[in-house]
Design a binder for this molecule. Structure first.
Ligand code: FAD
Length: 280
């Protein structure tokens, strides 16, 4: 199938992009890496009147570490994060997740901002952002605001972004000496969207964990924290954490809810072991 006809404009700046979105009254879409958007156009799941290409907007790319916070520009490609020494050192959770996202050709174009804005419930980066207790910067007609990850993901493919807003950057704490991370997912083939996945962050003292954040993806409309399992894992028992798993996944085209719940427990055991490993 071919997409419906659309106009195309290359934004010169964030202000220009916001103005173009405003002129089209919710009928325009931003184009970042195009790896999700173009597929939805081709399948006619979306038919915007205008594509606003933000690839030429300066200042939206790159990784920096300031005041123990990692900041990533929205247009930073997946491949950049995958190969970044700064990400490997200060954000090992993101480093572990990157190779699981799609395939190299898609990672060459796809962006962190596009992935978070698209908010696929089975995507890795939204779960990582929530596990890291991160936030996003949003610029729009009313100026700039920051939104915490827990308030950003609102529903199925739904976020706090308004129709004339642009996600400009992502920020999360850099790891400290006692931060341990864990990541695992189950997919039918490497690179497919996950059936179930788990991103986790904790403070570790040997095998004793505290401040545990377990965020599942592929089990609901948004990334979900398993809070009772977090408390049980901080209490020291992996078995108790698996038994306490407070998830109620629905059936989808990949698996039944019951299978997903079982797989969530399998992943929890794997990720708990990663959290308890000595850091390299
Ligand atoms: C075969 C295939 C397999 C894939 N597998 C995975 C996978 O396993 N895991 C995974 O996470 N992803 C997967 N993806 C998606 C991929 O990661 C995309 O790159 C990503 O979801 C979207 O990023 P993008 O930059 O390409 O955004 P685009 O496709 O350009 O945009 C996606 C949406 O976000 C909006 N948008 C983009 N940037 C911004 C911004 N800065 N501010 C506001 N709105 C914005 C667009 O308007 C559009 O609605 C896969 C894609 C394909 C084609």
């Amino acid at each position: 199938m071919k997409p419906a006809a659309f106009a195309y404009a290359k934004a010169r700046s964030l202000d220009h992009a916001i103005a173009l979105l405003g002129e089209h009254q919710g009928e325009a879409k931003l184009l970042a890496g195009g790896q999700s958007l173009i597929a939805t156009l081709n399948m006619r799941l979306s038919s915007p009147s205008l594509l606003v290409d933000i690839n030429g907007v300066a200042g939206l790319e790159g990784v920096s570490v300031k005041n123990r916070m990692v900041e990533v520009g929205a247009l930073t490609r997946h491949v950049t994060l995958e190969r970044s020494a700064e990400i490997a050192r200060h954000a090992p959770l993101i480093a572990r997740a990157m190779p699981q996202i799609a395939h190299p050709a898609i990672r060459n174009r796809g962006t962190i901002g596009g992935s978070l804005a698209y908010a696929d419930p089975a995507a890795e980066l939204p779960a990582c952002l929530l596990a890291l207790d991160g936030e996003v910067d949003i610029v729009g007609p009313a100026g700039k605001r920051s939104v915490k990850a827990e308030d950003f993901f609102k529903g199925l493919f739904e976020t706090a972004l308004g129709p004339h807003d642009i996600l400009s950057a992502v920020r999360f704490p850099a790891v400290t000496a006692d931060t341990h991370v864990g990541f695992a997912e189950l997919a039918r083939r490497h690179g497919d969207y996950a059936i179930v996945g788990l991103a986790a962050v904790a403070k570790a003292n040997g095998e004793s964990l505290s401040e545990v954040r377990l965020v599942y993806f592929g089990v609901g409309a948004t990334p979900l924290r398993a809070r009772r399992a977090e408390a049980a894992l901080a209490g020291g028992s992996i078995d108790d954490a698996v038994n306490a798993l407070d998830l109620d996944p629905s059936d989808d085209i990949q698996a039944t809810g019951a299978v997903k719940k079982h797989l969530a427990g399998v992943l929890l055991r794997r990720v708990a072991a990663q959290l308890m490993e000595p850091r390299q």
